[in-house]
Design a protein around this ligand. Structure first.
Ligand code: DX5
Ligand code: ZN
Length: 219
């Protein structure tokens, strides 16, 4: 299992968003994490389909769309059309999670289910086989630049154990508070896709990316 960074453009400088994206692409980033916030499921509002559509032609990176949106089923088709490669919905925001995952697969995309820090793993019980990437929030969603919540580490380890026991092919992504100070703890716990926003895009992007990448181990 390889480890990857997924730079979150939530923390990019939107006056030169394209350059910031090409900077992480040039560092070899495979994923680009796209944090959609609706101001209802989470306190902030970020960006949506028009921004995704405009950056799609820029790179062939995996556009990893994280819908922090209430009733996200309403937007799956639109984000698929705008250029998403994977769509992650929050279990807490879906009335019909199983159907939302089918809807994402029907668009030919990879599915993701995100859980907030306080949400137990057992909500995944009947959808494990439909999930291509699990996303465990390591902060309470809505803002970049927050501190990682250590209480989520055992939850990451538990989910990694379930993935291994069931022989699932899914990736385990975590999101929030990843920095050079915390990256080893989340990798040791069993995450293999690490979202990082402020620790990459604030300051020297390429130096920041390479500093984090040095912790990823064998590719
Ligand atoms: C939800 C967002 C953030 C962001 C990562 O709040 O999903 O977690 O991607 O932000 P940093 O890496 O700055 O904590
Ligand atoms: Zn995210």
């Amino acid at each position: 299992m390889s480890n990857y960074l997924a730079p979150s453009i939530l923390s990019a400088d939107f006056t030169h968003l394209g350059e910031d994206i090409l900077a992480v692409r040039d560092c070899g980033a495979k994923y680009l994490h796209f944090d959609v916030m609706d101001g209802l499921f989470v306190p902030s509002i970020s960006f949506g389909m028009p921004v995704l559509k405009s950056i799609r032609p820029l790179t062939d990176m995996f556009y990893d769309v994280h819908l922090m949106v209430q009733d996200p089923e309403r937007y799956i088709d639109d984000f698929a059309k705008a250029g998403a490669d994977g769509i992650t919905v929050h279990a807490e925001a879906c009335r019909h999670l199983d159907r939302a995952l089918d809807q994402i697969h029907e668009k030919g995309l990879r599915t993701g289910v995100a859980l907030n820090p306080a949400t137990p793993l057992n909500v995944l019980e009947y959808v494990y086989e439909k999930v291509d990437m699990f996303l465990l929030m390591t902060v309470n969603p809505g803002f970049g630049g927050q501190k990682l919540i250590p209480a989520v580490l055992p939850k990451i380890a538990k989910l990694r154990g379930i993935i291994n026991e069931r022989g699932l092919k899914a990736d385990l992504e975590i999101d929030g508070g990843v920095s050079t100070a915390t990256i080893s703890s989340v990798l040791d716990a069993g995450a293999n896709v690490l979202v990082a926003g402020s620790s990459i895009f604030k300051g020297d992007i390429k130096a920041n990316y390479r500093a984090l990448e040095s912790y990823l181990g064998e590719k």
